[in-house]
Design a protein around this ligand. Structure first.
Ligand SMILES: Cc1cc2nc3c(=O)[nH]c(=O)nc-3n(C[C@H](O)[C@H](O)[C@H](O)COP(=O)(O)O)c2cc1C
Length: 213
């Protein structure tokens, strides 16, 4: 694979976050040009770079159950422009939640984009609990023993130009059980309540949006 034909696009505004760390891990294996979408210039220029690439790898955080809006804008611009010719496209999405299904829409979105615009969808990798890494190496992930070999296998699929199966990331990340989910929700709720109080609001107050209709 010619390194100059690989385009890596990071869609997180955090240049040292988990999305960038995962993309750097891919780049360490196959090289390529890295672009930080939130800090990049014209979307039309980026679309032209995508058209010239042979393989495109997109990595980003999960924002409200899918990739950040700026990526959706890029995909829409690329779709209007057209001119793709079978470019291979892989996706990586990481989120704070310890689930696969809450982040899955990001990859589905890329797959639909590829199918409609003459690119070749090659699969992706979903990483739960990515927020706890906060850009630290994958070896610090709570499921590192299973997740690290799986992600490295994903990188090998990219390097050899093959399709990566969803089972690769699904099989290594089991969702927490009912008790853990309950405790986790209690913890998150108490953190939210604390913060609401910290800024001088009443957490028991009626919902502003509902009461002002
Ligand atoms: C505006 C916003 C929305 C988010 N929405 C979700 C979400 O829906 N699900 C989730 O699991 N994590 C969500 N997160 C957490 C990020 O996905 C998580 O912190 C991720 O690791 C950030 O990646 P980065 O370090 O590459 O920026 C959200 C974060 C922000 C700032």
């Amino acid at each position: 694979m010619n390194k100059s034909e690989i385009l890596l696009i990071c869609t997180s505004p955090r240049r040292k976050g988990t999305s960038a760390m995962l993309l750097e891990r891919v780049r360490a294996a196959i090289g390529g040009k890295m672009i930080f979408l939130p800090q990049s210039g014209s979307l039309n220029e980026l679309v032209s770079e995508m058209q010239q690439a042979e393989t495109i790898i997109i990595s980003g955080p999960c924002y409200i159950n899918t990739y950040p809006a700026k990526l959706i804008e890029l995909l829409e611009t690329a779709s209007f422009t057209g001119g793709f010719s079978g470019q291979k496209i892989y996706g990586i999405i990481n989120g704070g939640m310890p689930y696969i299904h809450t982040h899955k829409h990001g990859l589905t979105c890329l797959e639909l984009f590829a199918d409609k615009n003459n690119l070749s969808w090659q699969g992706g990798f979903i990483l739960g609990v990515g927020a706890m890494l906060d850009g630290k190496p994958l070896e610090k992930h709570m499921s590192r023993r299973k997740v690290v070999p799986a992600f490295d296998q994903f990188v090998r699929y990219i390097t050899s130009g093959k399709q990566s199966p969803d089972s690769l990331y699904i099989d290594v990340q089991s969702p927490p059980g009912k008790l853990m989910t309950y405790l986790f929700s209690k913890l998150l709720s108490s953190m939210v309540v604390k913060r609401i109080k910290k800024y001088g609001y009443d957490p028991e107050a009626p919902n502003w949006y509902l009461s002002n209709r």
